[in-house]
Design a protein around this ligand. Structure first.
Ligand SMILES: [Zn+2]
Length: 200
């Protein structure tokens, strides 16, 4: 009798734990779905999405490690007038297209490392220091919110005579100190502050 009681109690406990986990993942799914499908409001330092029609490229990552404009060069060969922003993100994180548009460039782009550029009307959006394993090609039409690549590694081996190296002499993914997404947004060929853009 005691054994049956313990067994029943065990099963009930399992059911409770299982329901809790399901609820949690459901909640996660909803937040995910909500974030991906609608425009939440821009609030202070939380750059998920804007109150406008633009898609935040690395959902879940909102730490800006380098802002737009004048700065001290963080790595050998990196610009002192930053054409975009750097968003800290783990290597392998999915990168989503900010706008719908056409891929106009994929390849190693000097100090920017491995790069995809997508043109969308008067805007061009450049995603840099990404993985050399490209999943889009020049000419592809990309919908806003579709995955265009993943955040690349710090070190790469695929570029012969790569001038970008760290202090140990290892070949790096452009001028970079670690995995992150650099994004440059140009409006009519002029770089604009991406954070200002996302706040439109
Ligand atoms: Zn940068």
């Amino acid at each position: 009798m005691k054994n049956i009681f313990s067994l029943t109690l065990g099963i009930i406990l399992l059911i409770i734990i299982f329901s809790f986990i399901s609820l949690l993942s459901l909640y996660d799914y909803n937040t995910l779905f909500y974030s991906y499908s609608s425009n939440s409001h821009f609030n202070n330092n939380t750059y998920y999405f804007s109150n406008s029609e633009f898609f935040w490229p690395v959902p879940g990552y909102h730490t800006i490690t380098s802002y737009f404009g004048k700065r001290e060069s963080p790595a050998n060969g990196a610009s002192s007038n930053h054409s975009g922003i750097d968003i800290a993100a783990a290597e392998g994180s999915a990168i989503f297209s900010v706008l719908s548009g056409k891929v106009i460039y994929t390849g190693f782009y000097g100090a920017n490392g491995h790069t995809v550029i997508i043109e969308s009307n008067s805007y061009s959006i450049q995603y840099s220091h990404i993985s050399p394993n490209y999943i889009v090609s020049v000419g592809d039409y990309i919908e806003k919110g579709n995955i265009i690549g993943t955040v690349g590694p710090k070190y790469i081996t695929d570029i012969i005579n790569n001038p970008y190296k760290d202090s140990s002499g290892k070949s790096t993914n452009g001028a970079t100190t670690g995995p992150h997404l650099h994004i440059t947004i140009k409006e009519n060929t002029i770089p604009i502050d991406p954070l200002e853009f996302f706040n439109r």
